[in-house]
Design a protein around this ligand. Sequence first.
Ligand code: NAD
Ligand code: ZN
Length: 360
Amino acid sequence: MHYKNFPMVPRVIFGRGSFNQIQEILAPKRVNTKAPFIFLVDDVFENNPWLIDRIPLRFLDQIIFISADEEPKTEQVDTLVAELKSRFTENPSGIIGIGGGTLLDMAKAVAIMLTNEGSAADYQGWDLVSTEAVYHVGIPTISGTGAEVSRTTVLTGPEKKLGINSDYTPFDQVVLDPELTRGVPQNQWFYTGMDCYIHCIESLTGTYLNAFSQSYGEKALELCRNVFLEKNVRDEDSEDKLMMASWHGGMSIAYSQVGVAHAMSYGLSYLLGTKHGIGNCIVFNHLEEFYPQGVSEFKKMVRKHDIDIPTGICANLTNKELNKMIDIALMLVPLWENALGKNWQEIITREKLKTMYKKM
Ligand code: NAD
Ligand code: ZN
């Protein structure tokens, strides 16, 4: 047996208003006055002085607003890196991502590509990065993906949707300030929150499960149940809890894997651009066969919060389109193996996937 030696986020600050300490966190990391801090910020905050006015800009530091309407693409990372290289004489002192999974992944990928040659697409896969990234900081403003703790940055490239999984991917610093999640719209709060819930179910029912993953997964599941089933209001307590659920859910899958919902949702995302949170919900809604208890509880949460889960999005796809989605889903071998064991191919055939997608 060979055990993976995982890196973890070495520094984390937690607390309502902890974002105010960003200046004292960054100051010692400034390389020199020509090496700026670059803040990649979700453009949903562009006209939000409550957040923007607290970003401490000195010397050549810059805020770059990025839309989270689409998930990050390798090409977008390459363009941003080329722009930063041409605009400044030195590599940045740090990249700070402020937003949801989309912005956190952008920040990780840009930090890696500033010190590694070629295109981000060359590094999609496992352990292909050879040089340490630029110092990078993650500041989530919505909870659920676990991107703040994970060892991956998920990118859509010309051929595949796959993460840059490497020891250099995790953030050097994370700022967990639950107050920043205050303005998240209700449906999005649910979709991204369910990403965490689904991480727990896929990890806890998977064949890769071990005590490490289980301990984090159970805690995250307990927090999700409290936030989405037991509580009747979305308050400060639930913001705090969901932020920690996301963290624990991410830790849980670090040492195990996700499963069927994620594999199939990657297919939807690649072909239709369906975003991760909602895509997982669309798929999970139809996975009673694999996760009977998890899906039944999920449906209770959907009803409780009166959430709209789209259906019929694959009904009119051509065979060619369905086949592309199936190709993408089948590439994710470890996910299938975790969900269904070594002989997963006996259960999951192309025909089976086609029938399942057509219901979604
Ligand atoms: P997101 O970052 O795409 O944001 C979803 C929406 O919420 C956007 O419209 C955004 O503008 C808005 N939003 C975010 N914070 C807000 C706030 N405080 N107030 C108002 N609106 C706010 O959503 P997500 O679900 O966090 O991330 C999805 C992405 O994360 C996908 O690209 C997925 O591939 C990636 N992901 C990465 C990992 C990883 O480990 N790296 C894990 C899971 C998912
Ligand atoms: Zn996920």
